[in-house]
Design a protein around this ligand. Sequence first.
Ligand SMILES: [Cu+2]
Length: 162
Amino acid sequence: MKLFLILFAVLLFSICPLPAQTLRADGVKVGGLMIIHPWARASAGEAKVGVVYLTVVNNSNKLDRLIMVGTDRASKAALHYHVMKSSVMKMEPTGPIEIRPGGMVEFKPGGLHVMLSGLKTPLRNGELFKLRLNFENAGEANVDVKVMSAGAKSAHEGHDRG
Ligand SMILES: [Cu+2]
C-alpha cells in the first residue's frame, strides 16, 4: 500500500506540469519585497502587444508602491487593470500599485497586469526576457519573465490599444 502511494505521488508529480513553474518558493528579492513567478503568454502571430503577470509579496513592515515598469523588449511598458464599463470589460492604465506590509499583490489574467506595447519581436514560448520594476522604497528590481504557451484564454478582449 505504501509503495502504491509513493508510485501514485510520483505519477501525479510527473504528469502535472504546474509544480515546476508555479510552486517555486524562491523569487527575486529587493529590499523587503519578493517578486514571484513573472510570466507572459506567447504572442499570437506577430502581435505587437504582450502582457506580464507576477506576484509581489511585501515581507517588510513598510508600505511600498510599484511606481514604474520597463523592458528593452518593447517600446512601452505600463501598469494596467481591468474595469467593467457598461458591462464591457476594458483595460485602463493605473497609477502606482500599493503593496501593504505583510501583504501581497497578484497580477493575473482579468486583473492587474503589465502591458507591453511595441514589442520588438514576438514573445516565443519558453524564452525569457528582462523586466524592470521600480518600487518607491525597495528600489529597482530586474526579473526574468518566462514566456508560456499562448493556449489559455486571452485576457485582452476589450483592449483598445497598447
Ligand atoms: Cu492592458
